[in-house]
Structure formats: C-alpha cells, structure tokens
Design a protein around this ligand. Structure first.
Ligand SMILES: [Fe+2]
Length: 196
C-alpha cells in the first residue's frame, strides 16, 4: 500500500459490511493486520445477496499470501450466489489461471492493474465470466492515466520522474455481465468503453 492517505479511511470502515458499505476494498490476501477489508457482502434492493472479493497477484508484484488459497478460504464463508472477484495482477497467465481456478465457483473473475482492456471476455466452461483486464477508467489522452511526458522520458532514461495525473478524454472501461440469480453463473459478457 504506497498511498498512505487511504489508511485512515480504511481504518474507519466497520467490520460488518452489511451495516455500512465498504466503498473501497484492499486485496484480501494482504497481511492480516493491514487496515481495511478485502470482501464486501451486500444486498440489492431486490433482496439479491452479492459479494465482491478483491485479490492481488504475486507474479511481478508484492509477495502477498497465495491468492488462490485466499480465494478458497473466502468462498467457504460466503453464502451469496452472485460473487465478483477483482483480481489485481500484472501477469496475464496468473489472471488466466485464477479464472480457470474459480470457474463455476464465482460469477466473474475480472482482471485489473494493466489499465488496458483485453479482448478475451467470455464465459468459461463452468459458468464464470472472465476478462484478463477490464481496463482503466480515466483520461485516455495519456499513458495509462499519467501525463504523456512522463512515459517517453522515464522509460528510455531509466530514472524516476515526477508522475502527474492527466486530465481530459475521460472514458470508463467496464464489463457488463448477465447472470442467473439462482445459480450465480454468468450467461453473457459485453465489453464497454463508455465515453468513446
Ligand atoms: Fe495496480
């Protein structure tokens, strides 16, 4: 967690997710004493229960707890059928492995982190919607959200430069999933890039 400004917020969120929504999750497989929570369980106005799990990969990333075992542990405690997993990971292979590992056990495994949406959205064999990376919501006139100047100068010279958020050309990348509320299985997926 390198943006320490979020720690106070994460500490203020109650343990019982049904009482007050957790608007921001951190990876559930961080060290156990890290502030915040990696799971949100809620109920839609229709009464349908759902859960959102956030996990972080380990390939080319911090050495967190094994995200596969963490997913097993969390799923054993969740009763909702509609379960969405945000898998924040660098390597496409690790994200793909998580999709197949959880196939049929969750509604969706959606990759995040690379900021670039991948074209491989589909429903896996046992009913889990999958996309290696859903992409970024932010300014597209940029290098993955930061000022274009930072990228070309930083990458060839291999030294740190100040990175500033870019403004303009905002777009929102998303995956629209149709799912069966009884089984929790996905029926279809559609890639969205709003603001094009
Ligand atoms: Fe990231």
């Amino acid at each position: 967690m390198d943006k320490k400004e979020i720690i106070d917020y994460l500490k203020s969120v109650p343990a019982d997710s049904h009482e007050r929504p957790r608007r921001v999750l951190r990876p559930a497989n961080y060290a156990p004493d890290t502030p915040g929570y990696g799971v949100y369980q809620g109920t839609l106005p229709s009464g349908l229960a759902y859960a959102v799990i956030d996990l972080q990969g380990r390939v080319f990333m911090a050495n967190n707890e094994d995200p596969f075992r963490a997913a097993d542990r969390l799923l054993a405690q969740i009763t909702a059928k509609i379960i969405v997993v945000d898998f924040h990971a660098e390597a496409t292979s690790e994200k793909c492995a998580m999709g197949w590992y959880l196939d049929g056990r969750v509604t969706a495994v959606i990759g995040t982190h690379t900021h670039i949406p991948t074209a491989d959205n589909r429903v896996l064999n046992a009913g889990t919607a999958y996309q290696t990376d859903v992409g970024m919501s932010g300014p597209y006139d940029s290098i993955i959200g930061v000022q274009k100047r930072a990228g070309p100068r930083a990458l060839p010279h291999q030294h740190a430069v100040e990175i500033r958020s870019r403004k303009g050309d905002p777009r929102m990348a998303a995956l629209l999933i149709e799912a069966d509320p009884i089984t929790g299985h996905a029926l279809s997926t559609e890639r969205l890039l709003l603001g094009e």
